[in-house]
Design a protein around this ligand. Structure first.
Ligand SMILES: Nc1ncnc2c1ncn2[C@@H]1O[C@H](COP(=O)(O)OP(=O)(O)OP(=O)(O)O)[C@@H](O)[C@H]1O
Length: 265
């Protein structure tokens, strides 16, 4: 995950039943065209481009590509942590429609930070848990920052589903990598975000555990109505899980390097 990313939510209006979530015209959470980010200038520039992207509520999709193709950058754009290039159309339909591109143009950093805190959850490659907090405190941190009660039915359900009840008083250093990842998923979903962004959440795990962790993330997100975007180089795992794949290909531009992310055929 890139350095600009920071954990944190928005409560879904309600959990949408899977039948609705799977429908091709399900309500969109995100609609974007011409989304992009450019590193550097001139011949050394590297551009990450997402010409068109629509993410439905409750949908889980994967962003795939080689190392350095720009997967983390796409997550940063979706996570409101990096400003899109001029000319982008970028709308969120959470509680109400929000023109994110206009917020960036207006440099409305406070509004963007609030949206990030209330509407997004993050799962990092190696958990990203705060080492000085217990598992219980880590799971509750986003809720506490938002002034929500740190214990409720949602938390109890997540703890049970993730099978981390026996670990609540431990600190991250006392957990295995797989346990840390499950706690990280609990933290990402605890405040009821509309979107969960996961950067290589399974690459530090053995294959069996990786499938379990990704499956848990997808299933718990569907249950809560959150959309999930997973950046990963593990194309085989993405296909095995039957996820929609947005894949990087080299940018076709004569004057700069970069990647273009589009739905895989
Ligand atoms: N200042 C810069 N100038 C030019 N290119 C840059 C600059 N900063 C970053 N880049 C390039 O931007 C690209 C996007 O990086 P990003 O971390 O998004 O890729 P990634 O697919 O997530 O990689 P990984 O899988 O290795 O984490 C990389 O190729 C990187 O070299």
């Amino acid at each position: 995950m890139g350095p600009r990313m920071a954990p944190l939510e928005k409560r879904p209006d309600r959990a949408l039943p899977p039948a609705v979530l799977d429908a091709p015209n399900a309500h969109p959470l995100i609609e974007a065209t011409g989304l992009g980010f450019r590193y550097g200038h001139g011949r050394g520039a590297f551009e990450v481009s997402v010409p068109s992207l629509r993410i439905s509520r409750g949908e889980t999709l994967a962003i795939t590509g080689e190392s350095g193709s720009g997967k983390s950058t796409v997550l940063e754009l979706l996570g409101l942590a990096a400003p899109p290039l001029e000319g982008a159309h970028f709308c969120w339909h959470a509680a109400a429609p929000v023109d994110v591109a206009a917020l960036w143009r207006a440099r409305a950093e406070g509004a963007l930070a609030r949206m990030r805190a209330r509407s997004i959850g993050f799962v990092m490659q190696t958990g990203g848990l705060l080492p000085f907090l217990t598992v219980r405190e880590n799971i509750g941190i986003n809720r506490r920052l938002l002034g929500l009660p740190t214990e409720d039915d949602r938390i109890a359900h997540l703890v049970k589903a993730l099978e981390i009840g026996a670990l609540l008083d431990r600190r991250p250093a006392q957990l295995s990598v797989g346990q840390q990842q499950r706690v990280s998923i609990g933290r990402a979903l605890a405040h009821g975000p509309a979107l969960v962004l996961a950067d290589e959440p399974s690459s530090a795990l053995d294959p069996r555990l990786a499938d379990r962790v990704l499956g848990l993330l997808r299933d718990l997100a569907i249950e809560s109505g959150a959309s999930v975007v997973i950046a990963t180089h593990e194309q085989g795992r993405v296909r095995a899980l039957g996820l929609r794949e947005i894949r990087a290909r080299p940018l076709e531009a004569p004057d700069r390097l970069g990647s273009c992310f589009e739905d895989a055929p």
